[in-house]
Design a protein around this ligand. Structure first.
Ligand code: DGL
Length: 268
């Protein structure tokens, strides 16, 4: 039996991680759960985020899994350390792989981090980087309006540019040469962010780094599926599946025709 990689997020933004997993681990089977009925997590209290995460994990664990990828920046930051003992497979969050990459590529030791309010408040990325490199300087900002802008398709609008400028100008002024896009949705704003930050700033996408990290882990554990055959991906959500194919196609950057299956996450 070829077990699944379970991937979950507060909503469909985590499909930016699935997109990267599809690229570098095409043979793997994936179960995706997006908690579309309770998104966003990023503005909620730690207790609620932990409670939701435990339910998400219980649902995913009803499938035969080989590993779990926490695609959500907020869950990885606020809940992962508190829940990782509750599952019996390797569980991978986005913070560690992303920080590793940032540390390895910065030249001036000035790293910017943007994420949801929950992520920035937790200090997850900052603490991880400073633990390894206390000499680095970290500059952070929460960008709460980016999530609704992306979900409504405002990738390149004037409104997005004005808001992004407001969120980013201080990080730019501080001279960061590396910027962590610490939220599932932000890679979709890469063009606008790049325009503001300039070519000299490297943007790091957690989905890309986490997929590479997941591949290494599966290889190390001897559980990677190298079959040539494309693996299957099953999608589950906790709210109406009506907007699923529109939003899923946007985050995956590929046409999705299915609707995904609706489950009642409160039952888990
Ligand atoms: N998936 C969340 C994250 O990466 C963004 C959306 C939310 O706030 O739930 O932090």
């Amino acid at each position: 039996m070829n077990k699944y990689i379970g991937v979950f997020d507060s909503g469909l933004g985590g499909l930016t991680n699935v997109k990267e997993l599809h690229k570098i681990l095409p043979g793997e089977n994936i179960i995706y759960f997006g908690d579309t009925g309770r998104v966003p997590y990023g503005t909620r209290s730690d207790d609620i985020i932990i409670k939701y995460t435990l339910q998400d994990l219980r649902f995913l664990s009803s499938f035969p899994l080989k590993a779990i990828v926490v695609a959500c920046g907020t869950v990885s930051s606020v809940a992962l350390d508190k829940v990782k003992d509750k599952v019996n497979v390797p569980i991978i969050g986005v913070v560690e792989p992303t920080c590793k990459k940032a540390i390895s590529i910065t030249k001036n030791g000035k790293i910017g981090i943007i994420g949801t309010e929950g992520t920035i408040k937790s200090g997850s990325y900052k603490n991880k980087i400073l633990k390894e490199r206390a000499d680095f300087e970290i500059f952070e900002n929460a960008c709460p309006l980016f999530v609704p802008l992306v979900e409504n398709g405002y990738f390149n609008s004037e409104a997005t540019k004005i808001i992004a400028n407001d969120y980013l100008f201080l990080l730019k002024e501080k001279g960061v040469d590396t910027l962590i896009l610490g939220c599932t949705h932000y890679p979709l704003l890469t063009d606008v962010i790049k325009d503001i930050m300039g070519d000299g700033v490297s943007l790091i996408s957690p989905g890309v780094e986490t997929a590479v990290y997941t591949k290494d882990l599966l290889e190390r554990e001897g559980i990677i599926n190298l079959a040539n055959k494309q693996g299957e991906t099953k999608y589950y959500v906790s709210d109406s599946t009506k907007k699923f194919s529109y939003l899923a196609s946007m985050f995956l950057n590929e046409k999705i025709t299915g609707t995904g299956e609706k489950i009642n996450i409160e039952e888990w």
